[in-house]
Every structure is written in structure tokens, then in C-alpha cells.
Design a protein around this ligand. Structure first.
Ligand SMILES: [Zn+2]
Length: 104
């Protein structure tokens, strides 16, 4: 049994539909290394597929917070975004609210 993520191909946030792209050659495409990033104007979320499944899930949460921070002009620092990511991920994970699927 191989565990796979429930990372959607698209994600609606505030009425906008984002493409979620998991790639293992991100820096070749982008010119720089990031675990993940979001381009709100282009409606794209990138996630580095070389990370563990748990890191990819956590990265998706991070990018959602980044988009909310952008759309609502909350003004969170990147450090605060990462802190919220870590806290929210821990609660979802420890309470089994993440819906990772098992495929054979
Ligand atoms: Zn970030």
C-alpha cells in the first residue's frame, strides 16, 4: 500500500480557482529553490514533490495562509505565516483531520 496525498489539483480560495502543481524539478522551472510558493495574481500554487508527504501537506496549508494574507491584506510577516502553518498542521494531523488516501 502506498500512501498518497489528498492534495487537490485545483483549490478554490476566495472565489479564485488556483492550480496546485507538485513538481520535482521546481528550481529548473523557477530559477530558485523553494519548498513551495504561491503566485496569487497567476492563481498558481507550487509544491516541491521531493519533500515527504507530511511536508507537502504542511506546505499547502502555508500557501493557503499566504493567499489569505495577500487577499485580505492582513500584513502577516512570513515568520507569523510559518508559525500558523505549523500550529494548524499539528492540530489537523494529530486529530486525524487530514484525509490522506491509501492506494495500492
Ligand atoms: Zn511562504
Amino acid at each position: 500500500m502506498k500512501k498518497t496525498l489528498n492534495i487537490p489539483k485545483t483549490l478554490k480560495v476566495n472565489g479564485h480557482t488556483y492550480k496546485v502543481i507538485v513538481r520535482k524539478d521546481r528550481e529548473i522551472q523557477d530559477g530558485s529553490y523553494n519548498q513551495a510558493s504561491s503566485l496569487a495574481p497567476n492563481l498558481t500554487i507550487w509544491i516541491d514533490g521531493r519533500q515527504s508527504l507530511s511536508r507537502q501537506e504542511s506546505c499547502l496549508i502555508h500557501e493557503i495562509i499566504e493567499i489569505l494574507n495577500y487577499d485580505f491584506e492582513i500584513g502577516l510577516s512570513h515568520e507569523k505565516i510559518t508559525q500558523l502553518e505549523t500550529g494548524i498542521y499539528q492540530v489537523l494531523k494529530d486529530n486525524k483531520l487530514l484525509n490522506s488516501k491509501k492506494i495500492s
